[in-house]
Design a protein around this ligand. Structure first.
Ligand code: NAP
Ligand code: MG
Length: 504
């Protein structure tokens, strides 16, 4: 493979800047500790940010509240949509620079980073830009049960919940930010957002673009820092709702913490998603499809198809095919031309993934491919396939968040045993079925306990398609109309029209 190409001059200039917080339209240094941001492909520091203090979080929440009660709240629905639309245009115009920042702080391959910006973030913003003018309530039958002979007029208003605290992970920083910002703003809320401390820089560039798009100051506020800053947000009385994406363990802590003022919480959490392959599937598509389902983003993908269930009659050939395809997946620094798989986010994450591989061998699984980290620089880990995995093994149950696939066999003659194994997990985020048979596709799709099941494709996301987890994979749905509902509350207004007979 060739050397990584250099970053654009605009990206290099961006890295060299002081990265501040955006509070009430003003750029300010955080009062807390310095955060050094590492490039996971090289181990080098690419920039620094500063953590927020309680005072910073208070100021950000106050600014968000002022915008909610003031300029943003007063803006017409059409103008709110226009702001989102202008943001989409700006993200499109600066997609290359945003993609390079994503590569540098997350390690994602450039083509993938650019593809998610232009193919996901921009359409997602445009989709939600159309929503503010279409938020409507209902008119309800005005027949008061307790007052016969009277007539009421009842209608509902859909109102924004208020100031939203958005807390996002490092695994796809741009998409995660857009996923929170677009529906929250479309609903008329204002935000305080905290990116992960491993990937704080892309959010700074996004905040600049949000500012440039003409949102009133305070509509979007950016604070930086780790879990302690996230905790300050969860405990803040001025925040009406926490919208969180991250691990199940932190999601559980947020629910416990948010109990004190019963603030609204929505959670997009971890997964251990199944890929189920029947012998009649188009194997030329299913083999690379299953490989990418697991190894896409080096397995650091909440929807990752990390459990592969293959019908026994094709098991050996399928695994051989996967080994072949996987060994050709180009793994390199994301700025190398043609790179598809990047490094893991950190040395800590790499050690965790290695621990799962060592544990799987000890538990009796068969290592079919990979299983080891690459020598430095960077935190690269070989795409790894284990066969003979049994449902009780940690590898079949726990989210590794790395490029490690657990293969299990099933028999088409005992579909219910396969479905029991598929659903025997605390997670329920995503899943896919690969078959040419229509009845099999619908039967299995219906029985997989997950928020999203795709057929002959894995993780089929689109702005209008609801996305979210069952069981411990989350609370609520993002994307589409349901994603907007998460930021709205309903008010019923009833007018007493008086006795029916008085109306003639
Ligand atoms: P994480 O450790 O749960 O962190 C997520 C975010 O929460 C980060 O910004 C983190 O801050 C912050 N945080 C940590 N402790 C907190 C606390 N006690 N209170 C409030 N905020 C706190 O997750 P991660 O390691 O960044 O991301 C990987 C996880 O995200 C995986 O489990 C993955 O499946 C999940 N994920 C889910 C989806 C989905 O849509 N369902 C999408 C992507 C990722 P710092 O990191 O800065 O400390
Ligand atoms: Mg973290």
């Amino acid at each position: 493979m060739t050397d990584p190409r250099p970053f654009l001059a605009t990206t290099t200039d961006f890295f060299a800047r002081r990265h501040k917080q955006l509070i009430g339209g003003l750029w300010r240094d955080g009062g807390g500790a310095q955060i050094d941001v590492e490039n996971p492909a090289t181990g080098g520091v690419i920039g620094t940010a500063t953590s927020a203090t309680t005072k910073d979080v208070d100021a950000a929440v106050a600014a968000a509240r002022a915008a909610f009660d003031g300029a943003w709240g007063a803006l017409s629905a059409a103008d709110k949509g226009l702001c989102l639309s202008r943001l989409a245009d700006l993200v499109e115009r600066h997609a290359e620079e945003l993609a390079e920042i994503e590569v540098a702080e997350n390690g994602m391959a450039y083509q993938l980073a650019l593809g998610t910006l232009t193919g996901f973030c921009v359409p997602f913003l445009r989709y939600y830009a159309g929503w503010p003018t279409k938020i409507t309530g209902m008119t309800l039958p005005g027949e008061p049960a307790m007052r016969p002979g009277f007539e009421w007029l009842t209608y509902t208003l859909r109102e924004p919940v208020g100031v939203v605290g958005a807390i996002i992970p490092w695994n796809a920083p741009s998409s995660m930010l857009v996923l929170k910002v677009a529906p929250a703003l479309a609903a008329g809320c204002t935000l305080v957002l905290k990116p992960a401390d491993l990937t704080p820089l892309g959010a700074v560039r996004f905040a600049e673009l949000i500012d440039e798009a003409g949102f009133p100051p305070g509509t979007f506020n950016l604070v930086q820092g780790g879990g302690d800053v996230g905790r300050m947000m969860v405990r803040h009385r001025g925040i009406a709702k926490i919208s969180f994406t991250g691990s199940t363990a932190v999601g559980q802590e947020i629910v416990r913490e948010a109990a004190f003022d019963l603030k609204r919480v929505s959670l997009e959490l971890g997964g251990k998603s199944p890929v189920i392959v029947y012998p009649d599937a188009n194997l030329d598509e299913a083999i690379p499809g299953a490989a990418m389902a697991c190894f896409f983003m080096s397995g650091q993908n909440c929807m990752g198809g990390t459990r592969l269930f293959v019908e026994e009659s094709i098991h050996d050939a399928f695994v051989d095919g996967m080994k072949q395809v996987t060994s050709f997946l180009p793994m390199a620094n994301g700025m190398v031309d043609g790179a598809l798989i990047g490094p893991l986010i950190s040395a800590k994450q790499r050690a965790r993934v290695q621990g799962y591989c060592d544990g799987a061998i000890e538990a009796g699984a068969t290592l079919a491919l990979g299983g080891v980290a690459l020598d430095g620089p960077g935190h690269f880990f070989q795409p790894t396939i284990f066969t003979n995995v049994t449902p009780d093994m940690a590898l079949a149950r726990e989210e590794v968040f790395g490029p490690v696939l657990a293969v299990q066999k099933f028999s088409a003659n005992d579909e219910s045993a396969m479905l029991r194994a598929v659903n025997d997990t605390t997670y329920g985020l995503s899943g896919s079925v690969w078959t040419r048979d229509l009845a099999t596709a619908h039967r299995i799709a219906k029985r997989v306990d997950a928020g999203q099941v795709s057929v002959n494709v894995h993780a089929a996301i689109a702005p209008e398609t609801p996305f979210g987890g069952n069981k411990q994979s989350g609370w609520g749905r993002e994307f589409g109309a349901e994603g907007l509902d998460a930021y709205l509350k309903t008010k019923a207004v009833t007018i007493n029209l008086g006795p029916t007979n008085a109306l003639g």
